[in-house]
Design a binder for this molecule. Sequence first.
Ligand SMILES: *Cc1c(COP(=O)(O)O)cnc(C)c1O
Length: 244
Amino acid sequence: MTERRRDELAANLADVERRIAAACAAAGRGRAEVTLIVVTKTFPAGDVRILSELGVRHVAENRDQEAAPKAAECSDLPLSWHFVGQLQTNKVRSVVGYADFVQSVDRARLVTALAREAVRAGRELGCLVQVALDADESAAGGGRGERGGVAPGAVAELADLIAGSEGLRLDGLMTVAPLTGEYAGRQQAAFERLMDLSTDLRTAHPAANMVSAGMSTDLEQAVAAGATHVRVGSAVLGVRPGLG
Ligand SMILES: *Cc1c(COP(=O)(O)O)cnc(C)c1O
């Protein structure tokens, strides 16, 4: 059973690796410029362990309730944990206990809570501002995306807040390709917009150079646009049981 699962994950991982390598070659980029993050949500800790043995170094989760026990079971593995889901402030203490990166930072109140808990835990937490390319810029507060994230016009202020917070390190930007609005069905254009926002961000924060974009179906477009991190779930682990 475990042996079969290992073969399956190894084959899927090799396929994803080939896709990333081909996308890098097509874009004239070095393979080392793109980091694969495997999104392990809904799959068991046993799969995470196999992935670690197969050489995966970055994993991502989107629900604290599921991620906290999984990370605890895998605490002996040389993995970086990325939190990529919408995060309630009452889950922040738990998330700061295992996450190395929170990619879904999208409001000032969350920054304050993350900073407080990171300081309390004596750690430095990497933060990415999640950008909602489908947000309504004209809404109060700059608008929010359907799946979390701040409108492009609100990125700079939130980034400054993170950069000025003890316990937090501003690492870059993240997005999920919108299903609605002007970028619906235009992943590459969406990711290019994220790259432009990253260029703007780096004039004020040169070290904040992570650009997290692209999933199983659109990793090629993300690599073409210049993403430094792709977040791949189903192409490695298979179709997720139920929602997620
Ligand atoms: C689930 C998820 C992914 C991975 O999606 P797949 O389509 O399974 O590759 C990437 N990013 C976020 C934020 C996710 O929630």
